[in-house]
Design a protein around this ligand. Structure first.
Ligand code: ZN
Length: 147
C-alpha cells in the first residue's frame, strides 16, 4: 500500500475500491504490493499486482488475485486441489498431466468468480460484462497453454 496514492492520485473513486481490497487482504493476513507480475506469493502471504495504468483492469486483476486468496483460505482447498500441490513439488510428468491442467483451469476460473463475489460483498462496483470479458481473455491464455 505504501506509495500507492502517490502513483494514482487522480482517480479517487477507484483508489477507494482498491483500498477496500487491500484492507480485505490485510484481514486475511495478506499484504499487498505492486510488482512486475500478478500473483499470490504463498510463502510471504503477499498479493502482487502489476501497476496497470488501466485502472479498471488493475481492479479486475486485483479482484482475481483476491479470489485466489479466498480459495486458499477455504478449508476444502487442500483436498480439492491436491493435484496442484503435488505438481508444485516439481514433478514434471504430473505438471503436464490432464488432471493437473484440469485443476489449474478450474482454480483459475473459480478465482475470477470468487473475485466477482468479493466485489459484491465489499460493495465494490464492477461492470460485470467488462469483468467477464477481461476474465475470459486471461482464462483463454491458460486454456491455450493447457491444450
Ligand atoms: Zn489466477
Amino acid at each position: 500500500m505504501l506509495g500507492y496514492n502517490n502513483k494514482y492520485p487522480k482517480d479517487h473513486a477507484m483508489n477507494k475500491r482498491i483500498k477496500k481490497l487491500v484492507d480485505w487482504l490485510s484481514d486475511q493476513g495478506y499484504s499487498f504490493r505492486f510488482s512486475i507480475d500478478d500473483r499470490v506469493d504463498r510463502e510471504t502471504s503477499t498479493v502482487k499486482v502489476y501497476p496497470n495504468p488501466n485502472q479498471q483492469h488493475l481492479l479486475y486483476t486485483l479482484l482475481h488475485e483476491c479470489g485466489h486468496v479466498a480459495i486458499l483460505s477455504n478449508s476444502t482447498y487442500k483436498k480439492e486441489f491436491k493435484s496442484l500441490s503435488v505438481a508444485e513439488m516439481k514433478d514434471n510428468r504430473h505438471f503436464r498431466s490432464n488432471i493437473y491442467k484440469y485443476k489449474l483451469l478450474k482454480e483459475e476460473m473459480d478465482a475470477w468468480e470468487e473475485g466477482k463475489k468479493l466485489a459484491k460483498k465489499l460493495n465494490i462496483r464492477v461492470n460485470k460484462e467488462k469483468y467477464d470479458a477481461y476474465a475470459s481473455k486471461w482464462f483463454m491464455t491458460y486454456v491455450k497453454w493447457a491444450a
